[in-house]
Structure formats: structure tokens, C-alpha cells
Design a protein around this ligand. Sequence first.
Ligand code: G3P
Ligand code: MG
Length: 381
Amino acid sequence: QHSFLGHRAIQTASSRPVPNFAFAFDIDGVLLRSSKPIPGAADSLALLKEQGIPFILLTNGGGKHETDRVAEISEKLQVPLDASDIVQSHSPFAELVKGPDEASALEHKCVLVAGGDGDNCRRVAEQYGFKNVVTPGDILMANPAIWPFSKNFSDYYKTFARPLPSPIDPNNPAKSLKIDAVFVFNDPRDWALDTQVIMDLLLSSQGRMGTLSEKNGRTDLPNHGYQQDGQPHLYFSNPDLWWAAAYPLPRLGQGGFREALEGVWAATTGGPSKGIELKKTVIGKPYQPTYEFAEHQLLRNRLKTFGNSTDLPPLERVYMVGDNPESDIRGANSYRSGFGSSWQSILVRTGVYSGGDPAYTPHTIADNVHKGVQWALKSSK
Ligand code: G3P
Ligand code: MG
């Protein structure tokens, strides 16, 4: 009896129609607030798991490997998750290890990784496959004079700094440490040191630490010569100016650091008002590539769960639940899927958004993630 019942139950479970919709959940301000579960979050994910409705976590946060981050969230929200269930701000950077071709692969190039606690982000980059990763802390410990106010922080840096792959030698530029790309993986903890080191690289000749490009300031060159002399490309992983942390008011995020750096760039070079743009790549919500990356992952997970059968219904609707109109709502509203789905945005009141007319209009506003999921399940009937 038991095995028959069990067998039939398995049949029923596997014959349940595959939903043609899914969810994307922002984390900070929706599921967690400063790492504590937000009421209703655990129940919402449990409900979707029980009903076999796919979801992905899509965050501008990061600083740990996907495996470690989902282990934490899984424990806090009592829901089974694996690394493929999350897209963090820096997840897409893993694609740059091999790049589109040999010439652009960064696997063996020397890259600077800034942001996050200690050298957690260096280790994430190494787990992605980057083989030669340097942190601003390594540079500071090898050359304390690079930032005159560093002595207060050297106890912190010496806990994780590693020797540089080559010394910084301004008198011997061809041998001085060369950085080929700069990544900001997570919110910088030391805006001062990170700004100084990144500016050194942006003004350098060929990304050689301790050098200055003669091309800088030459008005006969595009961008007045700035970033025209083999300097490393600058990648940011998260545009958020504000985010919801423990403090009742939103806190400055990685976007705040970028704005500060752009201010130093403008003061140094003349900046955009003189037509001298800081060339950079910024990924993360609300930008199309990050939403594309997330939908791709959602579809791969769906195939893994339901099998690649021809009668697998297409994914038609994705409900994005977020707390930040600028990243979650704007991103979901403007995302144009190449896979045929349409995204609807649900704004919750438990994070950055605290009432009034949001800058970007969601499909609905819900008090919290649980109410948002209920609204979506009703709409998808
Ligand atoms: O650094 C994290 C913050 O920028 C926002 O995270 O999860 O709300 O996208 P999240
Ligand atoms: Mg958020």
C-alpha cells in the first residue's frame, strides 16, 4: 500500500503542470535586512518550493562565492538552495576569465580586485578562475607610502595581504607591477586607499604602477589622452547609490564609491564637463546584461528541474520582487527578454522604498515579500 501510494504520489507530483511563470527575488530589503530574515520571506520561498514554482535570487550584493552565500541564506530562510539559485553583483565577471576569445581572456592577466571584507573577493575571483589577483591591501603593505594615512589600518591589511607578483618600481617602469584590469567586486571598505590606487592606474602608462602616461592631458587625443595608453579597464559590479542595511535610513552602496571616484577623476582631468568621460563598465541591476544573465540561469535551472522535454511550456512571466525602485523596479520594467518572457515588478516596503510615488512605477506595491508573492500567484491564475 505504502509503495503504491508512494508511487502514485510521485506520479502526481511529476504530472503537476510545469508553471509558465517564475520569480526573481532581490535579497537586501526583501528577504533579509542586514542578514536577518524579513517576516514572511521564509514562508514565501517554502510555498514556491512546495508548489514547484521556480525562483532565482538576484542581488547587487556579493563579497562571497555563490556557494557560500546561498549556504548562509539557505540556513537563515530554511530553504534548500544551491549556487545556481543565486546571481550576485559579480557573478557575470566569471565569464571574463576565458572571455569571448583568447586575446581578451583575463585568466592569466594581473587583475586588481577591490571591495569586500579582507581578501574575500580575491578568493572569489580565484574561484572563478582568475589566476593572478592583487588587492589594494597587497599594494599598500608592499608600499606603505602609496597612501600616507595607512598606518591606522595596517593591522587589518597585514592579516590577508600577499606579496606582489612584481615590485612597484617607478624608476624601472618596464618592470614595475602591471595591472591589466580593475574590478570592484563589492562595496569598498577603504574608499581612500581604493580611490588612490585606482586613480594611480587610470593615470598610469600601460597600467604600470608608479608611472604617469605622457598622453594624459593631450587635447589632440580623444578623451584628452586620458585612458589612451593601455591603462586597465575599470569594471564595477553594482550601481546602487543606496541600499537597505541595519540603520533605519538607506546607506551608501558601491554606487556611492563610484560617484566619489568620478569626483576625483573630474577634479584631476576636467571630467565630463570637459568631455573627458571616465571609461568604465558598470553591471548589476538595473542593467540589461545582469537581467539577461539571471534569466539565462533561471531557464537552465528550469531545464534541470523539469527536464528538457519538448512539451516544457515556455517561461512566459517572471515576477521581480524588489525594494529599490532604481535597481529592481527600473530593471524589471525596462528588461527586454530575448527568451520571450515578460517581467512584472513588485515593490515592497521593507527596504529602500518607504512610501510615496516611487521614481519607477511597479506593477504593484506590497507591504512585504509574502504579500507580493500572494499578489503574483493570484495574477498568474
Ligand atoms: O551591496 C548590496 C546592496 O547594494 C543591495 O543588495 O540584494 O538589495 O540588490 P540587493
Ligand atoms: Mg534590495
